[in-house]
Write a new protein. Structure first.
Length: 683
């Protein structure tokens, strides 16, 4: 331990650090803060290498030790390239590029010998700030990166203040003021710059966590339900809010079953006479709504049932194409890798698919051979009971749901692991499951009785109170239900979960996974406070999403219309932006002309010193520091000039010392002028 302490440099205290050491440590701290949000995306070796290099550079700075040569840095860089290729299988693309950028910036700190090296680190840092938005565009990420930009700008200001020891707060204030001066230009560009597609992002690089999947295995929806993050937000026109029991957001429709996994039908979009849904009929009151959908990594929209494909009801979005499949899934022309906001109209009462081709009847009643034989036997016996022999599909469905209510089934988020014949175990054994267990078992039973049926996944319900006017639908609202087909009436919804846990559907009461220590303690002490804090935070996030992330070309044109342009287009947008930038440039030129007429007070002081020393025969050149002038005064005037030389040395300390003054001291000039005048009279 004593050897380790002896090897470590002595920490003199922050205030006693030399200027170069202090500025270096500040820059290393800013770099560490900028890299920190990338920890979830970087490989372990990159995190370790960057941490070691930054700590090593701090050790060298505090100990005033010699920095390594080019060979060790080249070896580390070569090793980083090899490790990047090993972990990412490529040296191109987002993941490999961010990894190498972090490594390069860390290694560059070992070459901080001149201002040129520092500038390279600064601009690598600015570029690294941008890479964070490839992963997340949340408000927290923006705030963290705003702090990083301020820190990098402060370090940049310090690099351009080579004299004295200016305090960090002074450089930070100057950096903040410079950023505020540039803020109007930033806002103008954000509001008026033409909205184009993503510059860097690719579909496979989508940000956000995956919620629903295009397939379903038992336990899959329960895993999603453990996630309390937001899946979508929905806002209804005033007075048209729907009760929780009517909030079914339709996602993937799964009809292919291999005994283990449910999948969607592998057919493309088909439309007959311009309509994609056969025999669609809506009734009742239409409800208009606006939905903000988070990135889902699926090529579909979980819209409210039923949103028809009609001119005044279908979702519309610039540069996107949405189509309604025959099974009522809203398909998009690409994977949803960004936040979308659409408006649509839905009917809670609808009928469709009154007729079903024979090949589809066979497909929707098909069950894989060798799986769940006991349930198939049970369903056959159930179908041949005297009261069910002549029953239609609706009567059979009601009978199965009545069995669920009366047979001791339980609704749980942790039903445990089921084996190969999972439906057998669930239906005839444990009878404990989540919504997908009830939905898939219901469909298997109905198919075993010869009734076409399929599984539908999506979201059901929402938080009871709106946040900033929007009802919040979370991943924990993920749900699975069933549909069965009845001749003449088409596909009918059946939700077996409502039979065993009616509060899940009627009031959208979700099962809550175990919470962490802090959240659990806060919930026990003051559950209302926890709820209010979450609501306030989500309201802020919603406004960030609506005003910043979802600011679109349509909103740009709406702004121009409010400014008096009746039919705005790209040309009008460009002209307004050009006018603003030209006005800003003229204002900047006027400010520069006015600023040029001002003079640094220290420069004025220097001119007065030159005029005072000229009669004494001492020439003051532009490169002469006060210390040099004091030496020239002593050489020319001898001992009688000690007081004048002392004042010049005091000026040196006031201008370039640790406690340097921002402006010259008027009292100093009075003393200096008096002494210079005295020497002039006695010359």
């Amino acid at each position: 331990m004593a050897l380790i302490q002896a090897a470590l440099p002595r920490w003199p205290g922050w205030r006693n650090l030399p200027r170069d050491t202090r500025d270096t440590l500040f820059l290393l701290g800013v770099i560490g803060w900028t890299v920190l949000p990338h920890l979830d995306h970087l490989p372990w070796w990159c995190i370790a290498l960057s941490a070691v290099v930054l700590v090593w550079r701090a050790y060298l700075a505090v100990g005033h030790l010699r920095m390594p040569g080019r060979l060790p840095i080249a070896v580390l860089l070569g090793a980083a390239v090899v490790m990047t290729f090993w972990t990412e299988q490529t040296l191109f693309g987002k993941e490999a590029g961010v990894t190498m950028l972090v490594v390069l910036m860390s290694l560059k700190t070992l070459e901080l010998r001149a201002r040129r090296d520092a500038l390279v680190v600064f601009f690598l840092g600015f570029f690294l700030v941008l890479t964070h938005f490839l992963y997340s565009q949340s408000m927290l990420t923006a705030l963290a990166m705003l702090l990083s930009v301020w820190g990098l700008m402060t370090a940049l200001v310090l690099a351009h203040m080579p004299v004295g020891t200016p305090p960090l707060w002074q450089a930070g204030r100057l950096a903040a003021r410079s950023a505020l001066f540039g803020a109007p230009v930033m806002v103008a560009l954000f509001v008026l710059f033409p909205r184009i597609g993503p510059l860097w992002g690719m579909p496979q690089d989508a940000m956000g966590r995956t919620g629903l999947s295009g397939t379903l295995r038992l336990g899959g929806v329960a895993e999603v339900a453990n996630d309390d993050s937001i899946a979508l937000r929905v806002r209804f026109d005033e007075g048209q809010e729907l009760p929780p029991a009517s909030l079914y957001f339709r996602g993937p429709v799964l009809s292919r079953f291999d005994g283990v996994e449910w999948r969607r039908r592998p057919y493309g979009l088909m439309a007959a006479n311009g309509r994609s849904v056969p025999d669609l009929r809506t009734s009742g009151l239409a409800v208009r709504y606006e939905m903000t959908l988070e990135a889902s990594r699926l090529a579909l929209l979980p819209l409210l049932e039923l949103t028809p494909d009609q001119p005044d009801s279908a979702p519309r979005l610039d540069s996107w194409t949405f189509s309604l499949r025959p099974d009522l899934q809203w398909q998009s022309d690409r994977i949803v890798t960004e936040r979308l906001r659409v408006s649509a109209q839905a009917w809670s009462r609808f009928e469709y698919g009154g007729s079903l081709p024979e090949f589809e009847r066979q497909e929707f009643t098909q069950l894989p051979e060798g799986y769940n034989p006991r349930v198939r036997e049970w369903a056959s016996a159930f179908r041949h009971r005297p009261e069910h022999r002549q029953a239609d599909a609706r009567t059979l469905a009601q009978a199965v749901l009545a069995h669920v209510r009366s047979a001791g089934f339980s609704y749980t988020l942790a039903p445990g692991t089921y084996g190969r014949d999972a439906i057998d175990e669930f239906w005839l054994g444990r009878r404990a499951g989540f919504c997908e267990h009830f939905a898939t078992a219901f469909v298997v039973v109905m198919r075993a009785m010869g009734v076409p049926a399929r599984v539908v996944t999506g979201y059901q319900g929402a938080d009871p109170r709106p946040v900033d006017g929007y009802f919040v639908v979370r991943q924990s609202h993920a749900h699975a239900w069933a549909e069965f087909w009845q001749p003449g009436r088409g596909w009918q919804r059946a939700d077996p979960t409502a039979a065993v846990a009616p509060e899940r559907v009627s009031i959208s009461r979700n099962l809550q996974p175990p919470s962490g220590l802090v959240v659990g303690a806060l919930r026990n002490v003051n559950p209302q406070l926890l709820f209010d804090l979450r609501v306030a935070w989500e309201a802020m996030n919603n406004r960030w999403n609506q005003w910043v992330l979802n600011y679109s070309r349509t909103q740009q044109f709406d702004l121009l219309q409010r400014l008096g342009i009746r039919a705005p287009d790209w040309q009008d947008l460009g002209l307004v932006l050009l006018a603003l930038l030209s006005g800003g440039a003229l204002a900047g030129a006027a400010w520069a002309w006015w600023d040029r007429r001002r003079q640094d007070p220290w420069q004025r002081q220097r001119s007065r010193i030159r005029d005072a020393l000229a009669p004494l025969g001492i020439e003051v050149l532009p490169h002469h520091a006060p210390r040099q002038l004091a030496q020239r005064v002593r050489e020319r005037l001898g001992e009688r000039s000690d007081l004048l030389a002392y004042e010049l040395e005091a000026l040196e300390r006031a201008r370039y010392g640790r406690d340097a003054l921002r402006r010259p001291d008027a009292a100093w000039w009075q003393r200096f002028a008096f002494e210079a005048h005295r020497l002039k009279r006695t010359a």
